[in-house]
Design a binder for this molecule. Sequence first.
Ligand SMILES: Cc1cc2nc3c(=O)[nH]c(=O)nc-3n(C[C@H](O)[C@H](O)[C@H](O)COP(=O)(O)OP(=O)(O)OC[C@H]3O[C@@H](n4cnc5c(N)ncnc54)[C@H](O)[C@@H]3O)c2cc1C
Length: 464
Amino acid sequence: MHPIAILGAGIAGLTAADELQRRGLPVTVYEAGKSVGGMMASFKDADGFTYDFGAHFVNNRLAAELGAADICRPVRHYGEAVRLGGSSYGYPFGLMRSPRFVKGAMASRLRSHRVKSAEDWFRRHYGDALAEAVAIPIAEAWSGLPANELAPAVGEKMSNGALKTLYLKAASRLTNRAVCIGYSHERPESAAIHHVYPEGGISRLLEPTLERVRHLVRLESPVEKILVEDGAVRGLRVKGETIEASAVISTAPVHVLPKLIEGTSALDHLARFRYRPMIFVNLHFDGRGHLPDTMLWVPDRKMPFFRLTETPISMPWLAPEGKTLITFDIGCAVGDELWAMSDDDLAKLCLSGICELFPHLRGKYLGPGGIMKTPVSYPVYSLEYEEDRQRFARSSGIDGLWSIGRNGEFAHILMEDVYCRTKRRMEEVASYVSPPRATDRAVRQLQIMGKRMAESVGGKTEAA
Ligand SMILES: Cc1cc2nc3c(=O)[nH]c(=O)nc-3n(C[C@H](O)[C@H](O)[C@H](O)COP(=O)(O)OP(=O)(O)OC[C@H]3O[C@@H](n4cnc5c(N)ncnc54)[C@H](O)[C@@H]3O)c2cc1C
């Protein structure tokens, strides 16, 4: 059998390789970059501050399954807040105490809504006041589209039941651990699932998996073409070499698939799918606990950033004693004014923005940390291609091709969901490349029939 080819050595590609290898199947992983990890990258700067590619949080369940529990420390506290009109409100209960928002939410329950867009969804579920002040501006900042051009699925991804949130928050207080809220959709959240963080940064989570699959990974090997014949994958081209493959698993962003695939135009519609580019600016400050909580949402269209994260509130060891790091998330477009801005100017822009919110921070500023840009950050669920998105979520449409991972599935999913979904999809890959033989199938069928007959005879005997 030709090896199964995997494009990309992020968490999805490495998990897929590990799972297929465990099933005894031949695999090769082609990674375009010089190192593995993809979006799970961590950095430590000369001043001793550690940060990831945008702030990342993980839970004990995933860390244990990845075999990385031993290098993780428990996180005692994690919380989110929203900055509105000069005040900060705890999320979600601080907001729910505002009479304006409560009135709006109750009024929306009495109205009948037709939910055709994310905007309708927010108005229906949160009421007009909260939708207009918080949910709509935030969704627009991270997607770059007006909320009435986004699919309702955006809202569904953001929501978490109030009762469940209340229970998980109470569990956090009782256990003195940061119980996860809204991080997993594939598996149940509970008081036992809490945030942890690996020593040295999020990238270290993949070390045990890499140990098992390192020999399968080829670095600096960008896949240039996926070769399709008669509607089925036959192989790929890497650095000019044609390689046969029994199946191809891509973790690349879906909008590049039409350019990668040779031999069919069946996936050309995916070229319309868009991702929101993002800039992450890290700034250093003296002191700690400057934000009201670990993450602060800023639904203010005048601000260049929509989210601030002070990771040392949750993971104090990420910054030197008595100092802190704040990460600014800025949505942008490739080539626009923000994208083209120098690191110095981005740092100044963020500093002046945060000092409008918290003027005391001007005197605490120590200087910029790392500044990173990515053209592919958040999949944008535009109504323009929502039907295609839903169809693609069911199947790639090409035999022997799977598109997995956050960008490959075009899904707002976090690492644990990427991990679970990838493992599940490898069952499909395994039965595609080595379908049960006809004799095995017949034997299994006979076993099932025999079991059923024995059960029915046993049942009759007992009844008699
Ligand atoms: C801002 C931000 C914050 C996040 N925060 C969290 C968080 O707090 N918690 C959490 O659990 N998750 C978080 N996530 C999500 C998490 O980072 C991703 O779900 C996960 O890292 C995706 O892994 P992946 O393997 O699917 O893709 P990637 O990590 O993108 O890996 C894809 C790999 O494919 C390679 N590749 C692409 N094209 C080719 C080609 N043609 N040939 C060969 N190789 C190729 C790339 O170089 C890359 O290494 C966050 C994501 C973002 C953007």
